[in-house]
Design a protein around this ligand. Structure first.
Ligand code: BES
Ligand code: ZN
Length: 600
């Protein structure tokens, strides 16, 4: 079981939180919330339990765009407090004075419309069009816009919650349900395992549930729930697969909530209740790798957590590695290699576009919004480093290493330094020459990709690679009949392999043979639309607008608005589309596109 690991204090410093946990550290919060759809505010009380240093005088919380109404101790006695100046990234620190003997603090507050964590949807923005919907997205530093908290991934808390909602609506959280039978309009939850604040999550709407296995199931609006259950029917066997590889699933239930299309990510690993975009429902399970990914975070991220956002690659690089190990088990090695190659291609593209300093695994994010600094590099370069180590020591030893990493750091923060010490000690047996031969230092702190970065068998894409080459050269008029058997990865590879010089007439030919403009697969559609913008393939314009107005997933918005912004005419179109689309996006996606279109 987990031992206490000592990590040097300097590695644990979090530049994105004002909290001073060494003086007063939160360990538990009891939430009493009212969800008010009319005022679009979440209000109530957060009662914090503290662990205090002997000379502790105050406790500092992070907040952003919260209205603080009062602060008391457990007996209701008012406590002195100040709300500091608002910083655009960090928000305002709430400092509460602690009289001797006080180790519980109750904060009454409400959220405000500027807050970046919550999205309030009107009935029109839902599938059912009948009821409103609310959901949160706290990673990286948006939890502080939902509740005052020590918003650092190095601080872990348990929580309990009572959530009051209008009649007929259902609330879910990143916790186990403790709702009392017969009590209507109040949903109760308990998260008994200590989690960082970025994993606190809430959604409220007209929700239905379908079980998938003894400890898993899917939630969504009623009209979506059956197709979601079909798409994710392998969920329970995915859990079994990771358990077989890396040790027990330690969170009780594992459910997936399929959100409305404005959800700004593919998936978010909220414990017990992964949040997912409905764009995963392709009808053929071809996008379930995202679910494998979020499930894998139950080990890498939720159990063993990046201490600060500098160490984000420890969450995401590990998770991408695990995701592909799950895919290999469930769908075979070929599918896993195809995903690895697509990832490597994305990485190469990203590396060419980013400032050199942002191509490091160990990032310096001082003074920056983590939403801007967290990129593909953490995911794909991080995963490549793990594949590199796996190949160096062999899979058997590497699996034992990973399993020990999860067991010995369970429910604790980890840093890049800690990882480096582990690789040196446990994979290299303290042999400095071996560590040097692995290039560990440069992998972790250097820019770009080393020449020894692992590659994968390109043979898995022979057909789409050849088709793209011939099509571009004009020697292939129409696609081969075998494209009917192509999977999503093969289509994506084919589209990425087409040269930049492809013309609108070429795309017209392709479209006639394949119907790509109307592809119901959001990944394929997004890739196609990017090409269509570049080649000015006008028949795709209506679909582009419909796509951008109806889907708020940042991964799709970023490349499409970026591609549009490259010409004057495109920028004008981007602005016109965004004027319609913006009200439907989550504040996080709004922030991304606002920045992207500003000053251009
Ligand atoms: N935890 C991330 C999402 C995230 C990262 C939210 C940083 C906020 C800040 C999640 O696990 C994720 O990586 N989702 C990916 C899917 C994955 C298959 C790469 C996504 O949303 O596209
Ligand atoms: Zn992830």
């Amino acid at each position: 079981m987990s031992k206490t690991v000592t990590i040097p204090e300097a590695e644990l410093q979090d530049v994105h939180s004002r909290a001073r946990p060494a003086e007063a550290r939160t360990t538990h919060v009891d939430l009493d919330w009212e969800v008010d759809f009319e005022r679009r505010e979440l209000r109530g009380k957060a009662t914090w339990t503290l662990e205090l240093a002997t000379d502790a005088r105050r406790c500092v919380f992070d907040t952003r765009d919260l209205a603080i109404e009062g602060v008391t101790d457990a007996s209701g006695r008012a406590l002195q407090h100040t709300l500091g100046e608002r910083d655009g990234v960090l928000g305002a620190a709430l400092t509460v004075q602690l009289p001797p003997g006080v180790s519980k603090i109750a904060v009454r507050y409400r959220t405000t419309p500027q807050g970046s964590c919550l999205q309030w949807l009107g009935p029109q923005q839902t599938a059912g069009k009948r009821a409103p919907y609310l959901f949160s997205q706290a990673q990286a530093i948006h939890a502080r816009a939902m509740l005052p908290c020590q918003d650092s991934p190095g601080v872990r808390i348990t929580y309990s919650a009572a959530v009051r909602v209008p009649a007929g609506l259902t609330a879910v959280m990143s916790a186990e349900s403790r709702t009392r039978p017969g009590e209507s309009g109040v949903f109760r939850f308990e998260q008994t395992r200590p989690i960082p604040s970025y994993l606190i999550a809430l959604a409220v709407g007209d929700l239905a549930f379908r079980p998938l296995g003894p400890r898993s199931g899917v939630w969504s609006e009623p009209s979506v729930v059956d197709s979601a259950a079909r798409e994710f029917e392998d969920l329970e066997s995915m859990i079994d697969a990771v358990e077989g590889l890396f040790g027990p699933y330690r969170w009780g239930r594992y459910d997936v909530l399929v959100l409305p299309p404005s959800f700004p990510f593919g998936g978010m690993e909220n414990p017990c209740m992964t949040f997912a975009t409905p764009t995963l429902l392709a009808g053929d399970k071809s996008l379930v790798n995202v679910i494998a990914h979020e499930l894998a975070h139950s080990w890498s991220g939720n159990l063993v957590t990046n201490a600060t956002w500098r160490d984000f690659w420890l969450n995401e690089g590990f998770t991408v590695y695990l995701e592909r190990r799950i895919l290999e088990r469930i769908f075979g090695a070929r599918a896993a290699v195809q995903d690895a190659l697509l990832g490597r291609q994305d990485l190469t593209k990203t590396l060419g576009e980013l400032p050199a300093a942002d191509t490091r695994l160990y990032l310096d994010l001082t003074g920056r919004d983590p939403d801007d600094g967290l990129t593909d590099v953490a995911y794909e370069k991080g995963c490549l480093l793990l594949v590199h180590l796996e190949r160096a020591v062999g899979r058997e030893r590497f699996d034992a290493f990973l399993r020990a990493w999860f067991d010995e750091h369970a429910f604790q923060p980890v840093t890049t330094g800690e990882f480096e010490r582990w690789v040196r000690g446990r994979l290299c047996q303290g042999d400095g020459a071996r560590a040097a031969a692995l290039g560990l230092e440069e992998w972790l702190r250097g820019e770009g990709l080393r020449a020894d970065a692992p590659d994968f068998d390109h043979g898995v894409f022979t057909e789409p690679t050849a088709a793209a080459r011939e099509f571009a050269a004009g020697t292939l008029r129409d696609l081969p009949a075998s494209v009917r058997r192509w999977n999503t990865a093969e289509w994506l590879h084919f589209l990425q392999a087409l040269p930049d010089s492809i013309t609108a007439a070429d795309l017209g030919r392709l479209d006639a043979g394949s119907g790509l403009t109307e592809s119901p697969n959001a990944e394929i559609a997004a890739q196609w639309l990017e090409l269509a913008i570049r080649a000015r393939y006008e028949p795709a314009w209506p679909r582009l607008e419909q796509f951008l107005v109806s889907i708020g997933r940042r991964k799709f918005l970023k490349p499409l608005y970026t591609e549009l912004s490259k010409t004057d005419e495109g920028r004008a179109r981007a602005r016109a589309i965004y004027a319609k689309a913006r009200p439907g996006y989550h504040p996080i996606a709004q922030g991304t596109v606002d920045k992207l279109l500003a000053g251009k």
